[in-house]
Design a protein. Structure first.
Length: 83
């Protein structure tokens, strides 16, 4: 749950920063947070990333979903093992 909120916040920073919402100055490095949260898969998807910002956001969101699924499976496994 917390990982999902962190990932969502990292993804929302990118377009909000691009349009200068809330007084932010546009920063080309605003996507670094999303790439870190989506690591290690984000390093593999950079080969498929192009110039389309929407497609890149979708790829990073998929990488975050993979991490979230792995985290959920590990937590479920730890909970079953604890019993």
């Amino acid at each position: 749950m917390i990982y999902g909120l962190i990932g969502l916040a990292a993804l929302l920073i990118i377009p909000l920063n691009a349009v200068g919402a809330f007084g932010m100055e546009p920063d080309p490095l605003s996507a670094v947070y999303a790439l870190i949260v989506a690591a290690p898969w984000s390093f593999f998807i950079l080969d498929y990333a192009g110039e389309n910002v929407f497609w890149n956001l979708v790829l990073v969101a998929i990488a975050m979903a993979i991490n979230g699924a792995i985290l959920a499976l590990l937590c479920r496994h730890a909970a079953v093992r604890r019993r």
